[in-house]
Design a protein around this ligand. Structure first.
Ligand code: HEC
Length: 165
């Protein structure tokens, strides 16, 4: 093959690669964009923070028992962790989780801590453990239990303690 022939062939292949999938990509992209903006419209950013009383005392009490059973051997009784298991309280907690939603923490506990099959599914027990972790971080309890529902958990933001408190 001459150099010119090779160049022509290569150019044709390149042009084909760019042009042919074009409509496919465009039509795939547009609904995706519509879907994203529709979702964004339905779900405004987080409405509450963890300082607004997002779990109940009773829930944290149940969470304490679950923590004892599933977590304390690595993260320790005082939640301060050891070796590779990070602290779940104080500065290390806020450095890791501030400005993320409660769902992010819930999901991390549910998925990365799936040593226990019982906790693998999004369950009330995970919400109980999250409540216990919140109480250990001195966040106030409230009237309603922390839900298991992902959309609702995404509405609650983890922040450092507000200056007003
Ligand atoms: C067998 C030991 C062990 C047990 C049991 C355990 N953890 Fe962990 N956990 C770790 C280690 C090690 C890490 C750090 C590595 C990682 O993120 O996977 C970790 C990380 C974490 C993180 C941080 C994840 C992140 O993305 O930063 C959280 C939160 C956590 N654990 C909570 C829990 C809770 C709650 C339980 C009980 C339901 C639990 N862990 C049970 C060892 C354990």
């Amino acid at each position: 093959m001459t150099r010119t022939a090779w160049l022509t062939k290569t150019t044709l292949i390149v042009v084909a690669l760019i042009v042919l999938p074009g409509p496919g990509i465009a039509s795939a992209r547009n609904p995706a964009r519509r879907w994203t903006s529709a979702t964004a419209a339905q779900e405004p950013g987080p409405q509450r923070t963890v300082w607004d009383g997002v779990y109940t005392d009773q829930q944290a009490q149940r969470g304490a028992r679950a923590y004892q059973q599933h977590c304390s051997r690595c993260h320790r009784e005082d939640l301060k962790g050891e070796a590779k298991a990070p602290s779940l309280v104080g500065a290390p907690f806020f450095d890791r989780w501030s400005n993320l939603s409660v769902h992010d923490l819930f999901f991390a506990i549910q998925i990365t801590m799936s040593h226990s099959h019982e906790l693998f599914a999004p369950s009330e027990k995970v919400a109980d453990v999250v409540s216990f972790v919140f109480r250990a971080n001195k966040m106030p309890a409230g009237a309603d239990e922390l839900p298991v529902d992902e959309a609702k958990l995404r509405q609650i933001l983890i922040t450092g303690k507000p200056a007003t408190q």
